[in-house]
Design a protein around this ligand. Structure first.
Ligand code: DGL
Length: 355
C-alpha cells in the first residue's frame, strides 16, 4: 500500500528541482538500507531525491518507495517483486533513461546480481547504498546517490549489465563484493578491478562486461512466484557432512559449496555431497578464497577418470557443477534462477559457463 501511495505522489515533479528540459529522466526505486537509516525515522525515497544538490544538471529525478528495510530483511519474494517492477517500468515508460535502486550494503551484491540476470533492458540499472547513515558525520549517501543518477543518465552505461556505484567507483554487479564491514571503499571487484569511475567532469568506463546479462539473459521472472531453495555450505578443517545432508533433507534443490582452494572438501563432506546428488540435488563447487575459477572436469578421450567413479552412477556424477569464477553468494543466485529453467546438470553447467 505504501508503495502505491508514494508512486502516486511521485507522479508530480519536485517543485524545488525543476529540471532543465534536455536532461534524461531517471527514476529511483528505494528499498532501504543504511543510506536511509536516519536516527528517528528512515529517509523516504522523496527525501533521498531531495538530498542531492545539483541533480537537475544531470537528470530529471523521479522516485518511488518499494520498501524501506535493511538489505538482509528483504525476502526472495521481494527480490522477484523488485525485478518485476523494474521490468514493468522499462516496458511501460519508453522515455525513462535509467533506474537507480537503493539497497542496504550487506547483501547489496546479491540483489544487484539477481537484477543483472533478470531485468531485460539495455538501459542502465544502478544499485547504490552507503556505509554511513544519514545521522553520522561524513554521511556519503547523497554523494553516492548523485553518482548513481549520473551513471544511470549516462548513455555510456547502457548494455553493461547492472552496475553498483559507491565511493565514486562503478563495479559490475556480477563481480563486485563487499570486502570490508565498515570502510567506505568496501565494494571491490577482486582480480578484475572497477568498470569505471564517476569523476567531476564525466562518467568514465575503462572496460566492458562480456558475460551474459540483462537483455541477453534467458531468465524471465514474469511467470515466477517463488525461487527454489539453494543453500551455501562452507568447507573448513574437519567439517562434518551433516550440514550438507541436512540441507538435502530440508528440501534444497541445489547446494553451493564454498570449497577450500580449487574445490577441496574436508572431513565427511565428500560423502555427504554424494548423499545429496543421489537425492537429485545439484551441487555447485565454488571457492571460498575470494577469487579464482573452478573449472568443469575435462571430458573426452584423454580426460582422467571421473573422481567419484564407482561410488556414483554417471548421471549422479553429472550433478556436480563447477561454479566458474562466481563467488559463493553469486553462484547461489545463478543456481536458483538456473533451476527455474532446467534440472539438466549439463544445461546448468552451460549456464555457469555463459553467465
Ligand atoms: N547494514 C544495512 C544493510 O545492509 C542495514 C542498516 C539498516 O538499514 O537498518 O541493510
Amino acid at each position: 500500500m505504501w508503495r502505491v501511495a508514494l508512486c502516486l505522489a511521485a507522479a508530480a515533479p519536485l517543485p524545488a528541482q525543476t529540471p532543465a528540459a534536455a536532461v534524461p529522466r531517471v527514476r529511483l526505486v528505494a528499498t532501504g538500507g543504511t543510506i536511509s537509516n536516519r536516527t528517528g525515522g528512515r529517509l523516504t525515497a522523496e527525501e533521498l531525491v531531495k538530498s542531492m544538490p545539483g541533480i537537475e544538471r544531470y537528470a530529471q529525478a523521479e522516485f518511488e518507495q518499494f520498501t524501506n528495510v535493511a538489505s538482509s530483511e528483504l525476502t526472495l519474494d521481494q527480490w522477484l517483486g523488485i525485478s518485476k517492477r523494474l521490468n514493468e517500468l522499462f516496458r511501460t515508460d519508453a522515455g525513462l533513461a535509467g533506474l537507480v535502486v537503493t539497497s542496504g550494503t550487506d547483501t547489496l551484491e546479491e540483489l544487484a546480481y539477481f537484477l543483472d540476470l533478470t531485468v531485460r533492458s539495455e538501459k542502465p540499472v544502478v544499485v547504490v547504498g552507503s556505509m554511513r547513515n544519514p545521522s553520522t558525520l561524513g554521511y556519503e549517501g547523497a554523494a553516492n546517490l548523485l553518482d548513481g543518477f549520473r551513471v544511470a543518465a549516462s548513455p555510456a552505461a547502457r548494455n553493461k549489465g547492472v552496475l553498483v556505484v559507491l565511493n565514486d567507483e562503478i563495479n559490475s554487479a556480477r563481480d563486485v563484493t563487499k570486502t570490508d564491514a565498515v570502510r567506505l571503499q568496501t565494494f571491490q571487484t577482486r582480480g578484475y578491478g572497477v568498470l569505471g569511475v564517476v569523476d567531476a567532469d564525466r562518467v568514465v568506463f575503462h572496460r566492458d562486461v562480456v558475460k551474459r546479462h540483462t537483455v541477453r539473459s534467458e531468465f524471465d521472472v514474469a511467470s515466477l512466484t517463488t525461487l527454489p531453495r539453494v543453500d551455501i555450505i562452507m568447507v573448513y578443517q574437519g567439517a562434518d557432512g551433516d550440514l550438507i545432508k541436512a540441507a538435502a533433507d530440508a528440501g534444497a534443490k541445489g547446494i553451493v559449496i564454498a570449497a577450500a582452494g580449487a574445490g577441496a572438501t574436508s572431513g565427511t563432506q565428500r560423502e555427504a555431497e554424494n548423499y545429496a546428488v543421489k537425492k537429485g540435488v545439484v551441487v555447485v563447487t565454488t571457492t571460498r578464497t575470494g577469487s579464482g575459477r573452478i573449472a568443469p572436469p575435462r571430458r573426452g578421450a584423454n580426460a582422467p577418470p571421473p573422481a567419484r567413479a564407482g561410488t556414483l552412477t554417471p548421471e549422479e556424477q553429472g550433478r556436480f557443477v563447477a561454479g566458474e569464477d562466481l563467488a559463493p553468494v553469486k553462484a547461489r543466485v545463478l543456481l536458483m534462477l538456473a533451476l527455474t529453467r532446467t534440472r539438466d546438470p549439463a544445461d546448468i553447467q552451460r549456464i555457469f559457463s555463459e553467465y
